[in-house]
Design a protein around this ligand. Structure first.
Ligand SMILES: C[S@@+](CC[C@H](N)C(=O)[O-])C[C@H]1O[C@@H](n2cnc3c(N)ncnc32)[C@H](O)[C@@H]1O
Length: 244
């Protein structure tokens, strides 16, 4: 079984990270996307996790479909949406194989791109291009090589587990390993791309890189997250992708 089919379920069981309430960050991100699109519309979120962004987008009037591999993610998303008085349609399945319907005015994928090899990213990007309605836009969060190379070695210790970051320089992948006290360790490995690297992936996918929005940066020494930094310092960037 591919690591991604167990990592996020085990991470959630260990940390409860997908069960968190909406953070102002999610509200701001949904507002930014809505402003960029000009109005609310049909929106597909891939790897939607606990549904925090999906719920914020629904609160702004989008008709949201939240797709995730894990049934528990769908349950969390529906429950969060109900708490906030909105409806989010959830789909449980694999975004490499499932047909989510559509077309969608907007497709979003936050925190998760880069799971497989370059060919897998190209395949997913091609699918995203086909799910977009004419004039649609996709927003895909991409990990940067520079941040994760510098973050390698950072370790967090809690009562139940140790979390350690690494970097595979040959494969240009960030590595994120949980070592629970009483179980085998498990690792997430995400391919990192600069915007220039991403542009090399795009020909033939039906998408073009229209804009690059730098994300934030976590300073491990100060224990502080800076939401707005320059691209050269950012952990991630949002690739704004439009039909080629
Ligand atoms: C790091 S989490 C991010 C969750 C959410 N986007 C967020 O920002 O909080 C990645 C999510 O992608 C989902 N995922 C991973 N591979 C997937 C696949 N092939 N199809 C659908 N969902 C997938 C995982 O189950 C997990 O919930």
């Amino acid at each position: 079984m591919h690591w991604s089919h167990s990592f996020y379920e085990r991470q959630d069981a260990l940390t409860g990270c997908y069960h968190s309430p909406i953070h102002p960050f999610h509200t701001a991100l949904a507002a930014r996307i809505t402003a960029h699109r000009g109005r609310a519309g049909s929106l597909l979120e891939l790897g939607a996790g606990g549904g925090q962004f999906a719920t914020c987008a629904a609160l702004l009037g989008h008709q949201v479909t939240a797709l995730d591999l894990r049934a528990r993610a769908g349950e969390q998303t529906r429950s969060l949406a109900v708490q906030h008085g909105v409806t989010v349609q959830t789909l449980t399945g694999d975004f490499y194989t499932l047909d989510p319907g559509g077309p969608f005015d907007t497709v979003c994928y936050w925190d998760g791109f880069g799971i497989g090899e370059d060919a897998d990213q190209r395949f997913l990007l091609s699918r995203i291009a086909r799910w977009l309605a004419p004039g649609g836009t996709a927003y895909v969060e991409v990990d940067t090589p520079w941040y994760w190379a510098g973050h390698a070695g950072f370790t967090q210790r809690t009562e139940g587990y140790t979390r350690t970051y690494g970097f595979d320089a040959e494969g240009c992948r960030m590595l994120d390993t949980y070592a629970p006290t009483d179980e085998d360790p498990f690792t997430q490995s995400l391919r990192c791309y600069s915007p220039a690297d991403l542009r090399l992936l795009l020909p033939g996918t039906g998408l073009t890189l229209a804009e690059v929005w730098p994300g934030g940066s976590y300073d491990p020494e100060a224990g502080v997250y800076h939401p707005e930094v320059s691209l050269g310092e950012a952990m991630t960037f949002a690739a704004v992708l439009t039909p080629a």
